[in-house]
Design a protein. Structure first.
Length: 128
């Protein structure tokens, strides 16, 4: 569904899911209590694409802290730009270290407000 919703030509939801699962097998993508950033790089993708997902109920997520996850930021990156991938992940990790921002995201109910809060994090990276 995400691939279709984002109108990614040549990318299926299975491509994204398999990429996320392959990355997760390397190590948990939980970056702080309650937040995970599953990510993958795909050859068919030309620009960074992210999707913020706030769950109604927390889910168990494979991580060493044994915390449930209630927010995810799924990230699909171009396969051929490792440095950009690292930069975007660094930016997201920094964003999600702010406890005030996490609380605000937990309290949001609208797409526009979540988008506003997340774009405050962006320094010089562009995620669609």
């Amino acid at each position: 569904m995400i691939a279709e919703d984002l109108n990614l030509e040549g990318v299926t939801h299975q491509d994204i899911l398999h990429g996320f699962l392959a990355r997760e097998r390397l190590g948990s993508t939980v970056i702080t209590k309650g937040i995970a950033v599953p990510h993958t790089r795909l050859a068919q993708v030309e620009r960074p694409i992210g999707a913020f997902i706030k769950l109604h109920e927390p889910i168990a997520f494979d991580n060493h802290d044994e915390h449930n996850v209630s927010m995810l930021f799924g990230l699909v990156m171009p396969e051929n730009n490792k440095q950009e991938h690292i930069s975007v992940l660094s930016c997201l990790a920094e964003c999600f270290q702010c406890q005030t921002r996490i609380a605000q995201l937990n309290d949001t109910h609208g797409i526009e407000e979540a988008y506003r809060l997340l774009t405050l994090c962006q320094a010089d990276v562009v995620i669609e």
